[in-house]
Design a protein around this ligand. Structure first.
Ligand code: FAD
Ligand code: NAI
Length: 328
């Protein structure tokens, strides 16, 4: 019997590859260092419910992704989000409607990756530190010193800085991953007991510590009784304040929010901050996925393409396609 295929990372890229390989009859085994799936599309549990602190929405421009999102919609995992969009530039807040179709997971972002994972075999809370090849097969070592294997192939589906170490057996792939710079994002959630008196539901921000804000209750399927806002700091502000304590991050981003939103903003009844160290690649690539097909080692993730949910999903598809082609 053939050894299974190991996939490291249960973000949308790893799960996109997993789905395709599973559908093609391949045995797979997933690993993730977190306690749940989703990666940057995960939703964070909090005292006031689940909050989408990472990916806020996604667009679908590639025909293949458009088709799959329509399937997710039909299954109730995703729905269109049609917020009252604003733009804030030099402190001037103005309506900024457009025709772009935007999607979110329902009832929370993590619903999509959770559904894609389904009953596929996965080991959570398992940080892989080494990927090494024996005579015929691959083995993985985790941070607790346990080894896993044997595997016929390995797909590394983590952000680039974490992937480069895991790709050491294929120096070309490791070098490509190491060349990708990923930028951080500070995310803050603020909850208000009384809804804020503003029509804003989503806002692109320039010239501020913030670059994005969204009102959770405007997204389909959310039933949080609080008026919850998610704020994202710009990459440059996040980089400059990488080690600021969470309380200070909340205070500063709350201040920036209160200044730009244009209505009375009381003290929030709940706050939460989360630092995404590897939030997005500094630039997009056209790699699809990275592969050393003879070795049986592959890498995928948003950093191989557009740095967005769509790019991550397409990259997972590309890794799976290349692996299956080599098997044929
Ligand atoms: P990830 O989601 O990062 O998945 C990688 C997984 O690998 C993680 O689960 C991680 O725990 C695991 N892992 C890492 N190292 C190891 C290891 N050593 N061993 C085991 N497991 C490991 N995109 C959009 O399209 N629209 C948006 O509005 C948007 N907003 C964003 C806002 C923020 C704040 C952030 C952070 C991202 C945003 N993105 C957005 C980007 C989008 O979230 C990502 O492009 C996409 O989710 C990346 O998926 P991925 O599978 O490539 O990586
Ligand atoms: P999109 O087409 O809605 O947005 C792309 C960009 O166009 C926006 O960032 C914004 O600058 C501009 N824009 C779009 N509509 C606008 C409007 N109505 N008014 C003013 N400006 C508008 O979505 P796409 O291309 O799918 O991008 C996803 C979003 O995710 C982007 O906003 C991107 O910045 C964000 N993102 C954030 C990450 C982070 O780490 N914070 C990581 C990856 C993506």
């Amino acid at each position: 019997m053939n050894a299974p295929i190991a996939i490291i990372g249960t973000g949308i890229a790893g799960l996109s590859a997993a789905q395709t390989l599973h559908a093609a009859g391949q045995e797979i085994q997933l690993f993730d260092k977190s306690r749940g799936s989703g990666g940057r599309m995960a939703s964070k549990r909090s005292d006031i419910g689940n909050l989408d602190l990472g990916a806020q929405y996604f667009t679908a421009r590639d025909r293949r992704f458009v088709e799959v999102v329509q399937q997710w919609q039909a299954r109730g995992w995703a729905a269109e989000w049609t917020p009252s969009l604003y733009n804030s530039h030099d402190g001037q807040l103005g309506a900024s409607p457009d025709e772009q179709v935007r999607w979110v997971g329902t009832p929370r972002m993590s619903a999509i990756t959770r559904a894609l994972l389904g009953a596929l075999p996965v080991q959570f809370a398992c940080r892989i530190t080494e990927v090494f090849r024996g005579k015929q097969h691959w083995n993985l070592q985790d941070a607790d010193g346990q080894s896993h294997g044997p595997f016929s192939h390995v797909i590394v589906a983590t952000p680039a800085p974490q992937a480069s170490a895991l790709l050491a057996a294929a120096p070309k792939l490791a070098g490509a991953a190491a060349s990708v710079i990923m930028e951080p994002t500070w995310a803050v959630a603020l909850a208000f007991a009384t809804p804020l008196d503003t029509p804003v539901e989503g806002c692109f921000v320039q010239d501020s510590p913030l670059d994005w804000l969204a009102r959770e209750r405007s997204k389909p399927g959310r039933d949080n009784p609080h008026d919850v806002w998610v704020l994202h700091a710009s990459n440059s502000w996040s980089k400059q304040h990488l080690d600021l304590p969470k309380e200070a991050v909340i205070e500063q981003l709350y201040g920036a929010f209160a200044e730009l939103i244009g209505c009375a903003v009381p003290s929030p009844s709940f706050t939460l901050a989360h630092r995404w160290l590897y939030a997005r690649p500094a630039q997009a690539h056209q790699w699809g996925a990275l592969a050393d097909a003879d070795l049986g080692l592959y890498a995928c993730g948003d950093w191989c393409l557009s740095g967005r949910v769509e790019g991550a999903w397409l990259s997972g598809q590309d890794a799976a396609r290349r692996l299956l082609e080599h098997l044929a």
